[in-house]
Design a binder for this molecule. Structure first.
Ligand code: FES
Length: 74
């Protein structure tokens, strides 16, 4: 079994925003779009620029707390 050991902070995308929160998810209202779009901010999504949930694995591996930006009409 291979264990990946990272230096503290290695691979972390979010270095300073809301670090006290387990996961940072932000919301943006954009009246001109239909429905909603969930945008990736961890850069690991297989459907980039859209979030596919890979931030969960990224956060677990790196200790990060990044989450998506959710853009919706209302
Ligand atoms: Fe990147 Fe969700 S997959 S924020």
């Amino acid at each position: 079994r291979v264990q990946i050991v990272r230096a503290e902070g290695e691979g972390v995308i979010n270095k300073s925003i809301k670090k006290e929160e387990a996961k940072v998810v932000d919301f943006l209202k954009a009246p001109e779009i239909d429905g909603k779009a969930v945008m990736c901010r961890c850069w690991k999504s297989g459907t980039f620029p859209y979030c596919d949930g890979k931030h969960v694995e990224h956060n677990k591996e790196t200790g990060d707390n990044v989450g998506p930006l959710i853009v919706s009409k209302e």
